[in-house]
Design a protein around this ligand. Structure first.
Ligand SMILES: [Zn+2]
Length: 475
């Protein structure tokens, strides 16, 4: 054995005692070459140093470097600290020798060099620092794509912002994908504007929610004015409900980045409650967008579950702002439902509890007039397809179809693909997680697509029957 060839026992006698020890000589270049293949092509390494002995390296393409460590030989294996500057994570493979941990964060890592003094390791090149913006993986998987051209049953889309869209363009898209009706929530425009532009022209296909003007919310006349307006919209245009009202934790009509010196008017403010009471009295459901997805509140760091989504949707992040928490906003929304049990509340975007469907279920159980629509939450329902499928089946009478915005045909079809098929890795917007289809039973689809909306909005049922005289309405 090499060690035996290179080490010898020596001793000296001191005052009648014999002190003995093993003395070793370092391996010659030829001896090292017998242990490490291609050793002659190794060169002095300048990017890595050893606490004891020398390091020579040989590069292997972009993968990394072979390292030959020559340390003083001894009786037993010895620890050598390797230092490779400017690497965030050191990853080594021990080819000859070992180490307690061969993956380490930081510049240095301890390796164990065999007693003969010759260690051989592979140091992996630094893993590329890919920016979250550049991380746009292209799948290599060959997966089924059963995207339906049209939804299986007529669809009523209850969360839409048509704004200045062309009615004819919208109809073309609706026809192409099987959307029978949409109910517009005028946000930047007013009820009358949307009504004249869409519903009056194509009464069988468009409906218009009554829009509330919150810009006057600090006026004393506000509650009376908006109630009077809602009543007149109901009688003149037959609005089927109240347009999306948004309170992301900085009050209705508020913005997280715009301080309101007069104080925020939250969705359950005393100035708002009369409006909700009137809506209940007029039997007008309200589409309430309260709070935001839970991950919008998360600090932007490596722990963020949907970092890519947040990077591309950074303007929606609420981290670092002083908006009210998601929980506080849930309490405020629930308070409205407790105080006005007759009011039908449609929680936009799964009521912003898509991360906790058990809690959403409890809320639905507690408030029989609470409904949700899934607008833009398919991505986050689709990362939990087993839980989401059970939820949709259990609460099939309480979920409505909505998408938020004004989608193109492809986007609509991805919703239908998500609900109707069991396709894997459904890609929607490129920065969002891939989703997994729910493959919902027909009876459930019928309810979500049109049945529940027909129950909540008598006008919807009337119009649907004109379009589809033989449509069966699930109980
Ligand atoms: Zn919306």
């Amino acid at each position: 054995m090499l060690q035996q060839n290179r080490c010898w026992l020596s001793g000296i006698a001191v005052a009648g005692l014999v002190l003995a020890g093993l003395t070793c000589r370092p391996a010659t270049a030829q001896e090292v070459a017998e242990l490490i293949p291609e050793y002659e092509s190794y060169a002095e390494a300048d990017f890595v140093s050893a606490s004891r002995g020398t390091v020579k390296a040989k590069m292997l393409g972009s993968k990394g470097w072979y390292l030959a460590i020559e340390a003083p030989p001894g009786e037993s294996p010895s620890r050598v600290t390797l230092n490779a500057k400017d690497q965030k994570v050191l990853r080594l493979l021990a080819l000859r020798g070992g180490g307690r941990r061969l993956v380490q964060k930081g510049d240095s890592i301890d390796v164990i060099v065999p007693a003969d003094g010759v260690g051989w390791f592979f140091l992996y090149a630094p893993f590329p620092d890919v920016s979250v913006y550049d991380y746009q993986p292209k799948t290599l998987f060959k997966l089924a794509d059963n995207t339906p051209a049209k939804a299986k049953y007529p669809v009523v889309d209850i969360h839409v912002h048509l704004a200045l869209a062309s009615p004819e363009e919208r109809l073309k898209i609706m026809d192409a994908v099987g959307v029978a009706l949409v109910i517009d929530s005028p946000l930047g425009t007013a009820t009358e504007f949307s009504y004249r532009r869409f519903e009056e022209k194509y009464p069988d296909r468009f409906l218009t929610f009554g829009n509330v003007n919150f810009s006057t919310r600090f006026d004393e006349e506000f509650p009376g004015d908006v109630i009077a307006k809602l009543e007149s919209d109901a009688s003149s245009m037959g609005v089927p409900g109240v347009s999306e009202v948004i309170d992301k934790g900085s009050g209705v009509y508020g913005h997280a980045l715009v301080p309101e010196p007069r104080g925020n008017v939250y969705v359950d403010d005393d100035r708002m409650m009369p409006l909700w009471r009137s809506a209940a009295r007029l039997k007008l459901p309200v589409l309430l967008h309260v709070a935001e997805p839970i991950w919008f509140y998360e600090p932007i760091d490596g722990d963020h579950e949907f970092l890519r989504s947040q990077a591309f949707g950074f303007r929606w992040s609420l981290a670092g702002t002083d908006v009210l928490s998601r929980d506080e906003m849930m309490r405020r929304r629930d308070r409205i439902m407790e105080e006005i049990p007759d009011l039908v509340v449609i929680g936009a975007h799964m009521g912003h509890l898509e991360d906790d469907l058990a809690r959403l279920g409890e809320t639905l159980d507690k408030h029989p007039n609470f409904y949700v629509e899934m607008g833009v939450r398919h991505a986050y329902l689709g990362v939990q397809p087993h839980t989401a499928r059970k939820f949709h089946i259990k609460y099939q009478d309480r979920i409505l179809f909505g998408q938020d915005g004004a989608l193109n045909a492809w986007q609509y079809r991805q919703y239908f693909r998500f609900m109707e098929t069991d396709d894997d890795q459904i890609a929607i917007r490129f920065w969002e997680p891939k989703l997994y289809g729910l493959n919902l039973p027909d009876e459930v689809l019928k309810k979500i697509y049109y049945g529940n909306a027909s129950r909540l909005f008598p006008k919807v049922k009337e119009k649907l029957l004109k379009l589809h005289p033989n449509l069966d309405f699930p109980e």
